[in-house]
Design a protein around this ligand. Sequence first.
Ligand code: SAM
Length: 291
Amino acid sequence: MTEPFLGNPQETIKILQKYDFVFQKKFGQNFLIDTRVLDKIVDAAEITEDDVVLEIGPGIGTLTQYLAFRAKEVIAVEIDKTLIPILQDTLSGYDNVTILNEDILKVDINQLVEERNNGRPVKVVANLPYYITTPIIMGLFENKVPVASITVMVQKEVADRMQVGPGTKDYGALSLAVQYYAQPYIVANVPQNCFMPRPKIGSAVIRLTRHKQPPVDVEDEQLMFRLIRASFNQRRKTLANGLKNYSGLDYSKEAIEKAIASCGFSPTVRGEALTLSEFAKLANVLKKLRD
Ligand code: SAM
């Protein structure tokens, strides 16, 4: 197997010039040009020769080379068709990579994992296109795709939002959703000069390790996530007002006030003060009121 040769400015420029590649802003194309960052991502994902890896957005195949060198198999999904001939070239030394020219948001990933790994958990590793970070990650979780872990480069601010708890300004629906499904861990902050072209914002690598069991008992997940959305929809409002004004919930004012009281919360508590287990408790109480 060929040692990875991409991941530095010289080889990247050589490939881009060979193919007259034009960066497409709309696809969030910022390619990695730092071998230390690439090693860090692959180390954090703990890739071994038993792993089947799903890579989202391989670009010119930089991270793909590092993954293919360590994994059993890599499935790389790239939307930009002009990158496909480049990938066939840069990955020609690896016989364990499948390149799919698709939009990841339109791929049935469950079916892909079924076909490629008999439905056993895969590891997702990517330097994500930032314009669709949240739909990609939430799609993997909500559609119950068998993933062992997700190790991805994201906007630094988004990584922070995924990791924090109540009482901080970054805490919100994304923090709760991610933490319901996984244990987040920020592996490294990555400066702009590690990419070509340089993004305008800072980046971070985050690893999300899927929980084997959800950390809280909730009877109706959908209801809990509706409560979470309702609470953060109107920050600075009390929880009671947030829930009363949210169109996706049809509980009466009295039912909401009763549920908040029976959870032992103050009538003036704000949604952003509640932990995941408190949201679960509230969802379970409201569910009972309906049963
Ligand atoms: N992995 C490469 C690297 O680290 O150098 C490239 C990462 S770049 C930040 C994001 C990549 O995702 C680009 O190659 C872009 O074309 C691709 N991409 C953007 N939107 C996509 C989508 N909806 N489905 C699949 N790939 C997408």
